[in-house]
Design a binder for this molecule. Sequence first.
Ligand code: KG4
Ligand code: ZN
Length: 340
Amino acid sequence: MTGKSLLILGIETSCDETSAAVVADGKRILSNIVSSQVDWHRKFGGVVPEIASRKHLELINLVVSEALTQAGVALGDLTAIAVTRGPGLVGALLIGMAEAKALSYVTGLPLIGVNHLEGHIFANFLEHPDLKPPFVSLVVSGGHTSLVHVGDYGNYDVLGETLDDAAGEAFDKIAKFLGLGYPGGPIIDELARKGKPEAIDFPRAMLKTKGYDFSLSGLKTAVLNYVARAKDEGRGVNLPDLVASFQAAIVDVQVHKTLRAAEEKGVDKIVLAGGVAANTALREKLRGAMGKKMALFYPSIVLCTDNAAMIACAGHFRYLKGERLSLEANPDPNLSLGSP
Ligand code: KG4
Ligand code: ZN
C-alpha cells in the first residue's frame, strides 16, 4: 500500500504511557496506539516507577502489534525502528529499548535512538507540516521544563530549565495536596476556568532574573501555606480561585520568559511542547501577550502528551541524517537535548 514510503515504527515507554506508532515519511500518522497506565498510578497521586516498568512489560507486545495492525503494515514493510532512549524513568525506558532492540535484531532493521524532549518538539511538525525552524520552544511536561532555541532541525540550544519542580509535576503535586485527583494538570486547568486568577497574589519566582531558568518549589510552598493559614483562621478556601491563581503564577513566568527569549533570539515563532502545552491558560495568555507579531504553534492534545508518533517523526529525521543506534546501547535517564 505504501510501497515507496519510509515507514518508521516508533516506541515510547519513558514514563507511564506504553505507546507504539507507525509514521509514513515523517508526517503521516498511520497508527498511534497509546495505552495509558493512569488508572494504576492514580491512587498514589503520581507515577510509581516500579509499577510503570511492570505495566510496560505487560503491554508492550500488544501495543506494538496493534500499531502494526492498525497501520496495515507488516514488520517487513518497515524502514527503521525508533525508540525513546531518554530522558525518563530508567526501568520504563529499558522495556521500550529492549523491545526495539529485539525487533531490530530479528528483522535487521536499523535502530534509531530518540530524545524524548525532541519527540515532544517534533509533535509540532506532525501537526503543522509547514512549520520550520528557527523558533523558540517551551517544553513543559510532567518531568521537564525547558526553554529551547531550535535554530535548525536537530539543533538545540537549551536557554533555561527548571531548578526544581517541572511544570506538570507542580500541577500534579498541588492537585494531590488539594485532593483533586491525578493527573492534576487537566483537572486544575478545568477548575481554574471557574475561578479568578487575580484572587491570590502568589509569587512569580525568577520573573525578573536575567536568565531563562524557572523555579516552582516556592510557589508550591506558598499554596500550602495559604491553605494552612486559612484553616488556622477558620476561613474557607475558594478552590477555583486558589487553583486559578496558582496556575496564573506558573503561566505568567512562562509567558514572560518565552516572549523575552523569542525577542532576544529574533524569531517570530513560538512552539509549545509536552503535556502542559495542553493548558488552556498558557495558550491563551501567550497568544494574547504576543499579539500579531509572532505565530504560536502547539499540537493537539493527543500529540501534546506522551505518544510514539512524535518519536517516529523525530526518528525519521535522525534516520535521514544517517544516525543509527547500536544494539549495545543503554537507556540514558538523564539524556539531554542535543547530545548524540
Ligand atoms: O508530556 P507528558 O505526557 O509526560 C511527561 O513527559 O512528563 O506530560 C504529563 C504532564 C502531567 O504532569 C499532566 O498533569 C500535565 O502534563 N498536563 C497538564 C495538562 N494536561 C496534561 N498540565 C496543565 N494543564 C493541562 N491541561
Ligand atoms: Zn513527555
